[in-house]
Ligand binder design. Structure first.
Ligand SMILES: [Zn+2]
Ligand SMILES: [Zn+2]
Length: 294
């Protein structure tokens, strides 16, 4: 809740006129409690989990020839039921784990100093903070994911996420409840170390999930804007990790490729990349034959 009763009062305290964005924020958040604002994340996550993978699901159901050439594992075809089962499980985990985790983690957010007031951060401040968050999360995620591939971690926890050997968007948050909890930790470390505004925190939580859906899309589109992000792994990179499955000791990082490069866990992928190219060509030709015979 903002400590000003009127816009004029806020302007007097800040010593300047409010920007357009600050005006909007004042009108929206002025009378809302910080806890209520924080809980917006539940709604944002619900929307991201439900709507962002939808276009990918339609593509998977339609599997038109024009789009299929970008499918990373074109031989695999998931049905409506497969995807619905995945979404149902994601929603079950959302109600049991993700939602309650958001509700109870508020004191930590308050303690680390996430702000809800004015002035709002500049665009650059938001971008730089998000960059710090993603680097920290990627590094933490790399080591936790690598640990989840030890015998115990895989058999007890991580095998659930690997049920989809050819991932689809809805499968991005599909995981064992313990994995959701453990992998949630690195997402909070960045905001705890470099606390920002609530808006930055909302953006971070939503962007992180959108990135995971992109990585699990199952499609390698040449026009994907993420292709311009240096060291970005993307769908093909993570698809290989799912394709190899439980035995995979390659491509652990969630966002960038440099951790796998530095710690030598992308050797299998780099070795197979050539071979995979040929295999993909073969799959594609087989799929073309399938279309002709349909
Ligand atoms: Zn894995
Ligand atoms: Zn995955």
């Amino acid at each position: 809740m903002l400590p000003y009763r009127t816009l004029q009062e806020a302007e007097v305290v800040l010593g300047r006129e409010l920007t357009f964005a600050e005006n909007l924020w004042f009108n929206y958040s002025g009378q809302k409690s910080d806890y209520y604002l924080y809980c917006h994340n539940i709604l944002f996550l619900l929307c991201v989990f439900s709507f962002v993978p939808l276009p990918l699901a339609f593509m998977e159901l339609k599997r038109s020839k024009n789009i299929d050439k970008y499918k990373i594992q074109p031989k695999v075809r998931l049905s409506f039921y497969d995807m619905f089962r995945c979404y149902k499980e994601v929603m079950r985990m959302f109600v049991l784990i993700v939602g309650p985790l958001q509700l109870v983690s508020y004191p930590i957010i308050k303690m680390v100093g996430i702000k809800t007031g004015l002035p709002l951060p500049s665009g650059w401040e938001i971008v730089l903070q998000l960059l710090v968050y993603v680097i920290i999360e990627d590094f933490g995620n790399y080591w936790i994911h690598r640990w989840l591939h030890c015998k115990w971690g895989y058999e007890k926890i991580h095998h659930v996420h690997h049920e989809y050997t050819a991932p689809v968007g809805f499968a991005a948050p599909y995981a064992h409840w313990a994995e959701i909890l453990i992998l949630g930790i690195p997402s909070f470390v960045g905001p705890a170390m470099v606390p920002g505004h609530m808006i930055t925190f909302w953006l971070w939580i939503a962007l992180r999930q959108i990135e995971a859906i992109d990585t699990h899309s199952g499609y390698d589109f040449p026009w994907n804007p993420t292709k311009y992000i240096p060291f970005y792994g993307g769908a093909e990179y993570h698809d290989y990790h799912h394709y190899v499955g439980g035995q995979s000791q390659s491509n652990f990082a969630s966002v960038f490729t440099y951790c796998d490069y530095i710690y030598g866990t992308d050797k299998g992928y780099r070795f197979q990349k050539k071979h995979l190219g040929q295999l993909k060509e073969k799959w594609r030709n087989d799929t073309k034959q399938d279309y002709k015979s349909e």
